[in-house]
Design a protein around this ligand. Structure first.
Ligand code: MG
Length: 371
């Protein structure tokens, strides 16, 4: 079933703390299950993806987005003969390190940390969650995930420079990650581009003519769908268009990645790792269309005036709470106060805030900053 370039679970570099094998689940299945049962995973349900709950209860949140990424990733992994257990674990864990309030929260936390000569990065935060913050086992801190899942957490979306991150040296920073990890960033893009068009339209922040006027990919698929269903309601034609865009992106990613692997003559995991660039990719034509769609979403949705007030709120709340705890560290919960004795206070506050859900950070803001 597995292609020669896939990760085989027997090849795993293993866990930090050796554990006896499970009688019927392999190590990547166990990692996937550990992620699903983590507290940080459950909190994704109350974290903003793009829209806060103010808009609608049926819009995506970070958890449903994560499930969509896992679904797409499994489909693609099967077609490419990749290790589906590993892919699923990586998809489910990929957004674990996101703070409340989506991108605004991340920006505000990073800005607050930079005042103290540090920074915030959601991939590195996810690694801290699975390595340290989750307390489920008597024998060790964290989830004790296999090397390949930890490596995928930090390498799925970009490459870290070994000089800037000596603490990540064990993760083979001079090599490409396995295809299983390379895939995640691209399926993430597919998932949120389609989902944000969908939710943006439902929220009446994007209109069909507006999208079609700027995004050829959408215009083409909408026209086709309208041709097939001339009498259907606009929303249903819109759905049909999204469905075929979705299918086109996934199909292109499968075909193009397969071709690139073949053209590169790559026949082992080691060759994937040693190849000069990542092999998972859309074809150039589809990549250009995907970029255009992404630009459109930035210009018309993520940076739209309609969402601006909420984003400013998110940044203000995050920044003010951070500042409050810097001045009054005694207001931190006991376990965080204890940590502040061993780690820099800004890092401890950042870790605390990053773990919060949207409702919890609002509640803390009311409590300490008076709302
Ligand atoms: Mg994501």
């Amino acid at each position: 079933m597995l292609a020669d370039y896939a990760v085989r679970v027997e090849q795993s570099r293993g866990r930090r703390h050796p554990e006896p094998p499970h009688s019927y689940r392999n190590d990547f299945e166990r990692d996937r299950d550990r992620v699903v049962h983590a507290r940080a995973f459950r909190r994704l349900e109350a974290k903003t993806q793009v829209f806060t709950r103010r808009y609608s209860d049926h819009f995506r949140n970070r958890l449903t987005h994560t499930i969509e990424v896992a679904q797409i990733s499994r489909t693609i992994a099967r077609q490419l003969g990749l290790n589906r257990d590993l892919v699923e674990a990586l998809a489910l864990v990929h957004d674990l390190g996101h703070p409340p309030f989506g991108h605004s929260g991340e920006k505000a936390l990073d800005a607050a940390m930079r005042l103290h000569g540090m920074s915030f990065d959601h991939n590195l935060h996810a690694l801290r969650i699975v390595e340290d913050f989750e307390l489920r086992y008597a024998a060790f801190r964290g989830l004790n995930l296999t090397f390949e899942v930890r490596e995928g957490i930090i390498k799925h979306s970009h490459d870290y420079d070994a000089n800037d991150h000596p603490e990540l040296a064990e993760y083979l920073l001079d090599q490409r990650p396995p295809l299983e990890a390379q895939l995640i960033d691209l399926t993430d893009e597919i998932a949120y581009s389609i989902a944000d068009l969908d939710d943006g339209y439902e929220a009446h922040l994007l209109a069909v003519e507006q999208i079609a006027g700027s995004v050829d990919l959408f215009a083409r698929h909408y026209r086709d769908a309208k041709g097939r269903y001339p009498q259907a309601a606009e929303k249903l034609v819109f759905n049909e268009a999204l469905k075929s865009i979705f299918d086109g992106l996934v199909g292109d990613l499968i075909a193009n990645t397969g071709q690139r692997v073949q053209a590169a003559g790559v026949h082992s995991l080691e060759e994937v790792r040693r190849h000069r660039e990542r092999l998972a990719a859309f074809s150039p034509a589809v990549e250009a269309e995907r970029r255009r769609l992404k630009e459109f979403l930035y210009e018309n949705l993520y940076y739209s005036p309609a969402l601006a007030a909420e984003k400013e709120d998110a940044e203000r709340i995050t920044g003010e709470l951070f500042g409050h705890w810097m001045e009054e560290p005694d207001d931190l919960p006991r376990n965080y106060k204890e940590k502040a004795g061993k780690e820099p206070l800004p890092r401890v506050i950042c870790d605390y805030i990053a773990g919060m859900t949207d409702p919890f950070i609002y509640q803390q803001y009311e409590k300490y900053c008076g709302g």
